[in-house]
Design a protein around this ligand. Structure first.
Ligand SMILES: C/C(=C\CNc1ncnc2c1ncn2[C@@H]1O[C@H](COP(=O)(O)O)[C@@H](O)[C@H]1O)CO
Length: 237
C-alpha cells in the first residue's frame, strides 16, 4: 500500500536534514499556528477527560462497549470526553459521550494513510504534529482514562505518568480500564521497575486499575473536586 508523506515525517526526517534546514524555520511557524488554533478552539472547554485506546477495537466487542459506557458515564458526570478522534476505542468513547448528551471532542492526527474524524464528534480538530496534539490532551483534560490499546495508547499513558512523576502536572488521575488487559503490565511495573528501584511506590500508586466505569468516573470526579479546592485555596497539594 502506498503511504502519503506527512508533515511529522518531514520534520523528523534525518536523511534530508540539509535540504530542510531553511524550510524548517518556516515549519516552526506552521507548528506555532497549530498551537494557536488548538488553544483558541479549546480555551473555553468545560472540564473534560481524555480517553485513549486502540484504533483497532471493533464495534460490538467488549472493549468497544467498555469505551461507550465510559464515554457515557463521563458525560453524565458533566465531563467532556476528548479522544484522538479516530476509529476503535476513540470512536466508542466519543459515541458514548455524544449519545449521553455530553460534549464529545476529537483531536485527529494526520497519518500516512487516509484518515477522518469519527462520526460522533461535536468539536473536532485535525493536527499535523503529534507533539502539538499531545499538549492539547494534557492541557485541556483533568484526567486520562486508558482503554486497552497498542503502542499509541502506551505512549499516551506513559507520557501522562512521566508528567505527573516529574510534577509537570499535579494530581492528574490516570485510570486503566480493563483489569484482564492491564494486569500483566501492572505486575511487570511492580516486579521489575519497582523491584529494581527504577520507580518508587508512589509512582505505582498514580494508577487506578478497574473494570468498573462508575469507579473510574468517581475517582476522576473526586480528584477534580480536590483540584478545585486547591484552586480556591480550600485545600493544599
Ligand atoms: C490504525 C487505524 C487508524 C489509526 N487512526 C488513528 N486516529 C487517531 N488517533 C490515533 C490513530 N491511531 C493511533 N492514534 C492515537 O494513538 C492511540 C491509539 O493507538 P494504538 O496503537 O491503536 O493503541 C489513540 O489514543 C490515538 O490518540 C486504522 O484502523
Amino acid at each position: 500500500m502506498k503511504h502519503r508523506i506527512t508533515n511529522d515525517t518531514h520534520l523528523l526526517d534525518t536523511i534530508h536534514r540539509g535540504e530542510w534546514k531553511h524550510r524548517d524555520s518556516w515549519r516552526a511557524l506552521r507548528i506555532l499556528s497549530e498551537f494557536v488554533e488548538g488553544f483558541d478552539t479549546l480555551a473555553d472547554l468545560e472540564p473534560a477527560v481524555s480517553v485513549f485506546g486502540s484504533a483497532r477495537t471493533k464495534p460490538g466487542t467488549a472493549d468497544y462497549e467498555l469505551g461507550e459506557r465510559l464515554g457515557a458515564a463521563l458525560a453524565k458526570a458533566g465531563l467532556g470526553v476528548i479522544t484522538g478522534g479516530g476509529p476503535g476505542a476513540m470512536e466508542a468513547a466519543n459515541r458514548g459521550a455524544r449519545e449521553a448528551g455530553g460534549v464529545s471532542i476529537g483531536l485527529g492526527i494526520e497519518l500516512p494513510f487516509e484518515q477522518k474524524l469519527n462520526d460522533y464528534i461535536d468539536i473536532g480538530l485535525d493536527f499535523r504534529y503529534f507533539f502539538v496534539r499531545k499538549t492539547m490532551f494534557v492541557k485541556y483534560s483533568q484526567a486520562f482514562c486508558v482503554l486497552p490499546g497498542g503502542y499509541g495508547t502506551m505512549d499516551e499513558l506513559f507520557e501522562a505518568l512521566t508528567l505527573v512523576q516529574t510534577k509537570k502536572v499535579t494530581r492528574f488521575p490516570v485510570v486503566l480500564l480493563g483489569v484482564d488487559f492491564w494486569s500483566g503490565l501492572i505486575d511487570w511495573l511492580r516486579d521489575r521497575m519497582l523491584h529494581t528501584t527504577k520507580i518508587s511506590e508512589p509512582d505505582l500508586d498514580l494508577l487506578l486499575l478497574t473494570d468498573d466505569v462508575d469507579e473510574a468516573v468517581a475517582h476522576v470526579v473526586k480528584e477534580c473536586a480536590f483540584l478545585r479546592d486547591v484552586d480556591t485555596g480550600k485545600a493544599d497539594v
